[in-house]
Design a protein around this ligand. Structure first.
Ligand code: ARG
Length: 467
């Protein structure tokens, strides 16, 4: 039975070391209990490397066959939960390699030829992240789809549009939802961009300087589906900006999720009462029997904080590192893993929750009527009758003041009363003062008029469900 140098980790790293690592140091430096999550990528990367080594005549066909057989066995063990992960073996890479050597002998020891854990781990993280991105993209699209389908029903549902959280102008609920679709669409585009830069192969950089073996890096890239090969070995092993960029994407998408969550929470407040959430997304109170709380939306808003924290952690992790690889980089994994988990779960649950939103049209409309939301429409009306806009603004301010004094909406003032503010006001004014008329008027591209909004719904549908 061949000896397996990796198995000696209990004693010391290599013949160079005269004493074993202390238990505390072992635990402090080990990453296996979190980076074992990379096992599939690790095996995939090793197999591609081994195939290339064989094709280049660096290892024999028999070695390759042994490695493939051993890896198939390891894969089964891990899937069955019988693989024994060892703290002494530090990380996912050494655990798998040690087991391989245990299973197939010398071929296992040849696998690491022309490779270092530095380019190996960078490859694994990129492969893994690419896979996660490919699962996030459909979720992001699903989120958009949920919003678009809800919007499709509400091009004529009128709510107050706000600035400063004060009633500003009437908009349709659909228009409001489609604003978020635009945001999530930009997030999707960003993620596609990030994927391109994630999908670059570090393997072949070895420890830092490249290797003297005649590796065919392009072949490995093709096998693993990488779009390109990292062009500088020093950069290849030390760069983590792909992870930072991904987390930047995640921070933005969570920011958007957090904003819509905040709105849902406000809309559900009794003083608004614009929407209700399905019971399955709410929780009760252990003391107040009447309570139904929007916990899911609150948690989505809350979880945004941890993703911002991860982005900050990764940025700070990298800022002081001299080239090239430093063990600091091992700290990239937990923030990155948690970012992926948080974004995935959040998108999934939010997309579902949006589908369960019940819209209370009357409450939305009542709120829009209360805030003099059509004052701008009256001013625009006067402008069309020849008054300069600034003067019209002033006239309407007087009208609103009077209406407030009498506790009425502008539309409730009679024609005579309105004409007292400006004689140009005619009997067509009440069309302008209605909420529907106000929406109808805003037919500019990107405006809230139902005709424009429904066009946008169609555009998004076509984009999201290409035939
Ligand atoms: N577990 C290490 C990491 O995550 C793998 C690379 C270790 N390389 C080294 N030279 N110690 O970064």
């Amino acid at each position: 039975m061949a000896t397996n140098p990796l198995e000696n980790k209990n004693q010391a790293w290599s013949a160079l070391f005269s004493e074993p690592m202390s238990d505390l140091v072992k635990r402090y430096t080990a990453s296996v209990f979190f980076d074992k999550r990379l096992w599939q990528a690790d095996i995939q990367g090793s197999l591609a490397h081994a195939e290339m080594l064989c094709a280049q005549g660096i290892i024999s066909a028999q070695d390759l066959a042994d490695i493939q057989r051993g890896m198939a066995h390891i894969r089964q063990e891990i899937e069955a939960g019988t693989f024994e992960w060892k703290l002494e073996l530090e990380d996912v890479h050494l655990n798998i390699e040690a087991r391989l050597t245990q299973l197939v002998g010398d071929a296992g020891k040849r696998l690491h030829t022309g490779r270092s854990r530095n380019d190996q781990v960078a490859t694994d993280v990129r492969l893994w992240l690419r896979g996660e991105i490919d699962q996030l993209l459909p979720l992001l699209r699903h989120m958009q789809g949920s919003l678009v389908e809800l919007a499709a029903e509400h091009a004529h549902t009128i709510m107050p549009g706000y600035t400063h959280l004060q009633v500003a102008q009437p908009v349709s609920f659909a228009h409001h939802l489609l604003a978020y679709v635009e945001m999530f669409h930009r997030d999707e585009q960003r993620l596609i961009e990030v994927r391109r830069r994630v999908n670059t192969l570090p393997l072949g950089a070895a420890a830092l300087a490249g290797t003297s073996y005649r590796l065919d890096r392009e072949r490995v890239a093709r096998t693993l589906g990488f779009d390109s090969v990292c062009r500088n070995s020093l950069d290849a092993v030390s760069d983590r900006d792909f992870a930072i960029e991904f987390t930047g994407f995640a921070a933005l998408v969570m920011m958007h999720v957090s904003r819509i969550s905040e709105e849902i929470i406000i809309w559900m407040n009794q003083n608004f009462g614009f929407v209700d959430l399905a019971d399955r997304y709410c929780t009760g109170s252990s003391i107040m029997p009447q309570k139904r709380n929007p916990d899911v939306a609150e948690l989505a808003r809350g979880k945004t904080a941890r993703v911002y924290g991860h982005l900050n952690a990764l940025l700070v992790l990298m800022k002081g590192q001299p080239l090239t690889y430093n063990k600091d980089n091992q700290e990239d994994k937990e923030p990155l893993f948690d970012t992926v988990d948080t974004v995935r779960d959040t998108l999934r649950i939010m997309a579902e929750m949006v589908q369960g939103i019940q819209v209370k049209r009357e409450a939305m409309e009542r709120a829009a009527l209360r805030g003099y939301a059509t004052a701008t429409d009256l001013a625009d009306y006067l402008v069309k009758k020849g008054l300069p806009f600034r003067d019209a603004h002033e006239v309407v301010a007087h009208a609103v003041k009077t209406a407030i004094g009498r506790g009425l909406d502008l539309s409730a003032l009679s024609l005579n009363e309105l004409q007292a503010f400006d004689a140009r006001i005619g009997d067509d004014v009440h069309d302008v003062l209605s909420l529907a008329g106000s929406l109808q008027a805003r037919q500019v591209l990107g405006g809230t008029a139902p005709v424009r909004v429904l066009e946008e719904v169609q555009r998004h549908r076509q984009r999201l469900n290409p035939a």
